[in-house]
Design a protein around this ligand. Structure first.
Ligand code: URA
Length: 241
């Protein structure tokens, strides 16, 4: 159950003040009755709410898979002029409180979950959970087997602790898949830098059990399926234990 004014505002129908005006103006009906009390309790699953006769679409939680393009920042709002944020790309969204689950650098592409489910995000990002994140990386120079082995063991990138062990599969002399279990700032770029290598392209292709849908081009997104959402929630409960 949720207050009518909160319900309308979460459904993107305006600020709390704006929706209160709609309610007091008699424009809001709940399951066939006019309601003028903003504190009226709505049953999100069963009540039908309309404004001027039009159905209000409400979703408590939204979940999207975005293929983040380069040049867009992993934030909800950015004070730097001219920057587009990842949540700006989700045109279909209903809720205003969407945010990205973790961050990718501005020049990194790939899988980003966009949601307003704080609990899920917290568990996926919790350092204790060690959720696997796999990236495709292109380097400026040859990655030798020895360098890959050193990186896989964990390296000092100037933080308090060395990086946790990771997995690298070399695809060619200068390309590889790398799976890390942490999410430190510029982690992969800083790791390769210890071997004198520069990351030219970085694309996240999976996070935990969720793989980037190959049909999504950079900048494209789609809602997560029910199956993907439960997979993330179930995985979240069992991983790291
Ligand atoms: N590591 C990086 O260096 N950059 C990213 O965007 C993600 C992981």
């Amino acid at each position: 159950m949720i207050r009518l004014d909160k319900y309308l505002s979460e459904a993107g129908k305006g600020t709390r003040t704006e929706v209160k005006k709609l309610i007091s103006g008699g424009r809001v009906w709940v399951s066939g009755s006019q309601v003028k009390d903003p504190a009226y309790k709505i049953d999100e699953d069963n009540d039908q709410v309309t404004i001027d006769g039009e159905d209000v679409r409400y979703l408590a939680m939204e979940y999207y898979m975005l293929n983040k393009p380069k040049g867009v920042v992993s934030a909800t709002r950015d004070s730097r002029k001219g920057n587009v944020c990842v949540t700006d790309l989700i045109h279909e969204r209903i809720r205003k409180d969407l945010f990205p689950v973790g961050r990718l650098d501005k020049d990194t592409e790939g899988l980003l979950i966009i949601t307003n489910d704080g609990e899920l995000a917290h568990r996926l990002l919790s350092p204790k959970k060690h959720v696997d994140k796999t990236y495709y990386a292109e380097l400026d120079k040859r990655l030798t087997g020895e360098a890959a082995s050193r990186l896989m063991e964990g390296v000092d990138i100037g933080d308090e602790k060395p990086t946790l062990p990771c997995v690298i599969s070399r695809l060619s002399d200068t390309t590889c898949f790398i799976t890390i279990r942490e999410g430190r700032y510029h982690e992969i770029k800083r790791m390769f830098k210890t071997e004198g290598l520069h990351v030219e392209e970085l694309r996240r292709i999976s996070m935990g059990p969720l793989a980037l849908d190959p049909s999504l081009g950079p900048g494209e997104y789609r809602p997560l399926t029910e199956e993907e959402i439960s997979m993330l929630k179930d995985f979240d409960r069992t991983d790291g234990e």
